[in-house]
Write a protein that binds this ligand. Structure first.
Ligand code: GCU
Length: 395
């Protein structure tokens, strides 16, 4: 089989169940478990986190000591005068592109997410450095994914935007973990992650935390207000980053689907087996125990969202993205609500799935928009609105 043939196979999503009547009867563990007081939540949180580490995403490498940040380039008057641009190398590994509003009077909150095509793909700004790392596709022009990055809108609202290329951390294909960051953490003699150790989703999430390490020491950034976001497989990574690293002040999941916000036990659209068969490098090997065996999972994805509590979390779906199971994404947000209510007295303001373009925003937020699996300006407008509710930036 040629590489092109494999690419075509991967692009074709397997059939899957799209019939609500065929969703099996399933029981979700209560996110709170037996917890009835705030004081008892940290122990429950630690136990849930441990399950996700061991059984699904795998244990991540540690935060390295003495990480170096190198300012590669800065420019003012970028993006038609709206932005100050900074390009930073984090420990010879990750190249971060950061835009801050030119008008900022002090440290600003930042939206942070990884991108799929290199930093040059998110904007037409000719000064953005072109990624030379492994590429998912051969041609990644400047601005090729700009429609997914409403940077000017965020700047106008007083937010910064930071991004880095996910391939800087781990190329997105199964090579037995020879490339990317995993080998940097192998014990002597180790050649691949153990069954309870991280895959690529874990590596991407780890990278988001390393970028936050940088943002924490940039005096132009309000690092307690960094919203980690991601689309699709990078939405899975954003949720996992926000679940583990409590320094992230907000988490936004866009169309993250199976292995992200969507409940696994519904077996609607993409299943655990689909994930593990088609992307064997994404999760810990232990996760394969649940192939065609979702009922054995001791947790479900609502508990991942609950790990973000009490920090604001926002889940988005798209109507034509049934592969990602919009209803399962909504139900995760809904079933995380009791943890938010206990810790913050506020959660998801609705009990039924909202109609198209009717965002529900409390401390937990959710929307479903018309259209396909993608990130649109509509999504960004809601994220900004959601962030404004919690962190209205000074202008
Ligand atoms: C595939 C995969 C999804 C993933 C998506 C993406 O469709 O099955 O799990 O979210 O790719 O990353 O675009």
């Amino acid at each position: 089989m040629t590489v092109a043939m494999i690419a075509v196979l991967l692009a074709q999503a397997p059939a899957g169940n799209y019939d609500e009547a065929k969703v099996p009867h399933y029981t979700l563990p209560a996110a709170l478990g037996d917890v009835t007081t705030k004081a008892d939540w940290p122990a429950r949180r630690a136990a849930i986190l441990e399950m996700f580490q061991r059984e699904m995403y795998g244990r991540s490498g540690p935060r390295p000591k003495g990480v170096r940040f190198q300012m590669l380039e800065t420019g003012s008057g970028a993006l038609g005068g709206k932005a100050v641009r900074k390009q930073i190398r984090v420990d010879a590994l990750i190249e971060v592109l950061l835009y801050l509003p030119s008008e900022a009077k002090g440290p600003v909150p930042v939206f942070l997410g990884l991108n799929y095509t290199g930093n040059q793909g998110v904007t037409l700004d000719p000064a953005v450095r072109v990624s030379t790392a492994w590429m998912r596709q051969p041609d990644n022009p400047r601005g090729g994914q700009a429609s997914r990055w409403s940077i000017k809108r965020a700047l106008d609202a007083g937010y910064g935007v930071a991004t880095a290329y996910y391939g800087d951390l781990d190329p997105d294909f199964d090579d037995g973990f020879q490339n990317g960051i995993h080998p940097l953490f192998y014990r002597p003699g180790q050649t691949k992650p153990a069954a309870d150790e991280w895959g690529s989703v874990g590596a991407w999430a780890w990278g988001l935390s390393r970028i936050l390490d940088y943002l924490e020491q940039d005096k132009d950034v309000d690092a307690k207000r960094v919203a980690v976001l991601g689309h699709s497989r990078l939405g899975k990574a954003a949720l996992w980053a926000g679940a583990q690293d409590e320094r992230f002040g907000m988490v936004i999941s866009n169309d993250s689907g199976a292995g992200g916000a969507a409940l696994s036990k519904r077996i609607y659209g993409e299943t655990v087996k689909d994930l593990n068969d088609r992307f064997p490098h994404w999760f810990a090997a232990n996760f394969r125990k649940y192939n065609a065996n979702e009922c054995a999972l001791p947790f479900d994805q609502h508990m991942l969202i609950a790990l973000v509590a009490p920090r604001p979390v926002y889940v988005c779906s798209a109507q034509d993205d049934q592969w990602a199971d919009p209803k399962g994404e909504f139900l995760s947000a809904l079933h995380a609500d009791p943890v938010y209510r206990l810790l913050a007295g506020d959660g998801l303001p609705v009990k039924e799935m909202p109609a198209i373009h009717q965002p529900a925003m409390g401390r937990v937020g959710y929307h479903i928009r018309a259209g396909k699996h993608d990130v649109t300006d509509y999504d960004w407008r809601q994220w900004i609105e959601f962030a404004n509710r919690h962190w209205k930036p000074k202008k």
